[in-house]
Design a protein around this ligand. Structure first.
Ligand code: HEM
Length: 394
């Protein structure tokens, strides 16, 4: 008998009741176990995902149970109960039924409003969308954006161009000329009497200006041609102004992106045979920055980088293949978390001015190969690196 009868519950109700009950007891145990402070971070991540998957299952079953309850007749109470006892039993039943919906709904809301934005992937198969609720953000990422924009704001005095460069030196030359000639700039609206000597000097000055501007333009045009790897041969130290950015996609869009604050390295570009060039690079995963401290701590933990035991990630090139005038593929050994694997990065020379050199370097790393598989498939196995590497000539 699937459906309820007047004298007994059908097995449909009984099966739903006990499945939901077992799930709830399991979820309470799991809930407390996963939030223990001393738990291993990798284990904690997977317990949270199991908790969310079973929790959503409990919510689905509780919703079916509610419809089932509305669509079925209810067995009559046992004979001999007082009216108060009958009402009390019905009210308690309704309260518990509401709880079986409200508790997982609240859990879903917790997962949806977390600034971590971890997707709920039902048993690693089906993406459950977040509830349309506002995330409780601490503003960290926005502050970073503001600082970045502040550096770009127009009207900010540019110290370098005040001291050096073609335009400032022309202005300085002009001022020097004025001082030599004993000339004082005319105030607006005040006519000066004509002075033939001063006019000659003025003409000479303007000719000098035009020549300087022309020379500057020719020099700029010469530099503007795409720099080639051959031109840039030499030894360089990787500069702190470099940007080592990475991102990891997540199911349903978005993901984690960040950068490393501390790194070091050097490279030698062989002008005669680019294949003999060498790149060495080390980065310190303890300086990972994502704008969200909880994610940073998780990345530093033994679930991912394990910075306490492996403070450095090292890359050393073994082969460089030139693929164009200004492009190359760098092959080399990447050592992270005690594992060494061969990786490839594509590099493009973007800037070179004899002292400073810049490359745009991209590459995809499969983190699972370095014992950092936590979170797959919710978070992609592929870590995309997008780097601007600046070198200072030794
Ligand atoms: C009947 C179903 C559920 C029960 C009985 C249950 C029970 C619990 C319990 C006992 C905790 C630990 C509370 C604490 O000490 O902080 C917890 C935490 C949590 N639950 Fe559930 N849960 C259910 C469903 C869900 C669902 C459906 C989701 C999300 C889809 C969810 C997400 C979470 C999260 C994210 C936490 C951690 C909160 C924190 O870190 O403070 N739960 N749950």
């Amino acid at each position: 008998m699937l459906r309820n009868r007047r004298d007994a519950f059908g097995w449909g109700t009984i099966a739903l009741h006990w499945t939901i009950a077992v799930l709830i007891v399991g979820l309470i145990v799991l809930g407390y176990a996963m939030t223990r402070p001393d738990i291993d971070p990798e284990m904690q991540f997977s317990l949270y995902q199991w908790h969310k998957s079973f929790g959503m299952t409990a919510l689905a079953l509780a919703s079916i149970r509610l419809v089932w309850w509305l669509a079925n007749i209810y067995p009559a109470p046992i004979a001999g109960l007082s009216m108060l006892e009958k009402r009390g039993a019905a009210a308690t039943h309704l309260f518990l039924l509401t709880l079986t919906i409200a508790v997982p709904l609240a859990g879903w809301a917790v997962a949806s409003t977390s600034t971590l934005g971890i997707p709920t992937l039902l048993f690693n198969r089906l993406l459950i969308p977040h509830l349309p609720m506002e995330k409780s953000d601490d503003g960290g990422g926005v502050l970073d954006d503001h600082a970045f924009l502040a550096r770009l704001r127009p009207g900010r005095p540019c110290r370098v161009s005040r001291r050096r460069g073609a335009v400032p030196s022309l202005l300085a030359a002009g001022r020097g000329f004025e001082a030599d000639a004993g000339n004082i700039p005319a105030r607006r609206g005040v006519q000066r009497p004509s002075n033939p000597r001063r006019n000659r000097q003025m003409r000479r000055f303007y000719r000098q200006c035009v020549a300087t501007v022309a020379l500057a333009l020719i020099a700029t045009a010469a530099q503007a041609r795409a720099p080639s790897l051959d031109d840039a041969a030499g030894r360089y130290d990787i500069d702190g102004s470099s940007q080592i950015n990475f991102s990891v996609a997540q199911v349903g869009g978005g993901g984690i992106s960040g950068k490393f604050g501390k790194f070091s390295g050097s490279f030698r570009l062989d002008g005669k045979d680019i294949r003999r060039s060498v790149v060495e690079f080390a980065l310190f995963p303890d300086t990972v920055q994502t704008g969200e401290p909880r994610i940073e701590n998780f990345l530093k933990s033994n679930a991912v980088f394990d910075t306490a035991n492996y403070p450095k990630i090292v890359f050393r090139s073994t082969k460089i293949t030139q693929t164009g005038d200004d492009t190359a593929v760098i092959e080399g050994n990447l050592t992270a978390k005690g594992t060494t694997k061969i990786e490839h990065f594509s590099a493009k020379l973007t800037k070179w001015n004899r002292r400073v050199i810049s490359f745009h370097i991209e590459g995809d790393i499969f983190r699972g190969r370095y014992n950092m598989a936590v979170g797959i498939p919710i978070y992609s196995n592929v870590v995309q690196f997008d780097m601007t590497v600046n070198g200072q000539r030794r």
